[in-house]
Design a protein around this ligand. Structure first.
Ligand code: GSH
Length: 260
């Protein structure tokens, strides 16, 4: 168990003045996560950053058991089970966590335009950064990988240009949704793309705002707590580079379809 309480899903009853109540563990939100998954990492960071007590459940997302599909009919991590109802899709999870626990730190700004701005750039990450990241690992020809690399660099430059001028985070002083959306990939680029494709975002004047951003994000407590040993990630992602990955993401990239 990481991140939340370590006790098992407890069904015990306690006597209180008002009568019998269920143990607090039964009512804690549950995060269904997989240690290696960048999408799940977003939900994990959100819960940690908001300071919410939760139960971490390591879920094998490739085991499409009836029990798992009952939590998330799409069979993907992450999912958050809260008050008997499941929320899934990483982007939705970030917004849900922010809205269901409105106290304390906010992951999205209050202003309607700024919220829209955050969603526009979250969408950019989902559609323009995540696909070329995976394509660089999965595509078999040098030419396809080069095209993905060009797209990745270009689309990182676009988001970098949209970052607040003084930073360090996307919107400025507050860490939030766009930072959470991008962090798992910013973490994996210098580990996975460097190891398997000899690529990293150039650390030069042109990308200085990107590195200012990443140097701040990787020091945020909630982000740091989700980091896994680099060697474990490298081993886990090998299957993407040798054609053996049987995942929905790998299938979508191979078939040139949108990601799940
Ligand atoms: N759009 C989903 C999200 O943003 O939450 C994607 C989640 C996703 O693809 N998760 C992967 C998964 O559950 C693990 S990294 N894969 C199961 C499978 O491919 O069968």
């Amino acid at each position: 168990m990481r991140g939340g309480r370590s006790e098992p899903d407890c069904k015990c009853k306690r006597k209180t003045e008002g009568g019998e109540t269920e143990c607090v563990m039964a009512s804690l939100p549950k995060l269904y996560c997989a240690w290696f998954c960048p999408f799940a990492q977003r939900a994990w960071i959100s819960l940690l950053h908001k300071g919410i007590e939760f139960e971490y459940i390591e879920q094998d997302p490739y085991d499409k058991s009836a029990e798992w599909l009952a939590v998330n009919p799409r069979g993907l991590v992450p999912a958050i089970l809260h008050i008997g109802r499941a929320v899934y899709e990483s982007q939705v999870c970030i917004e849900y966590v922010d809205e269901a626990w409105p106290d304390g730190k906010s992951l999205l700004p209050k202003d309607a335009y700024e919220r829209a701005f955050v969603r526009i750039w979250s969408d950019h990450i989902a559609k323009k950064i995540v696909p070329p990241f995976y394509a660089m690992l999965i595509k078999e020809t040098e030419q396809e990988r080069q095209e993905s690399k060009d797209a990745l660099i270009n689309n990182i430059q676009l988001i970098m240009n949209a970052m607040s001028e003084n930073g360090p985070f996307f919107l400025g002083k507050e860490f939030g949704m766009v930072d959470i959306m991008l962090a798992p990939y910013a973490q994996r680029i210098p580990i996975l793309l460097k190891t398997y494709r000899g690529f990293d975002i150039p650390n030069n004047e042109k990308f200085s705002r990107y590195y200012q951003w990443w140097n701040a994000v990787k020091e945020v407590d909630a982000v740091k707590k989700t980091f896994q040993p680099e060697d474990n990630l490298i081993s886990k992602y090998k299957r993407y580079t040798d054609g053996t990955a049987k995942t929905e993401v790998a299938d979508a990239i191979r078939q040139g379809k949108g990601l799940p």
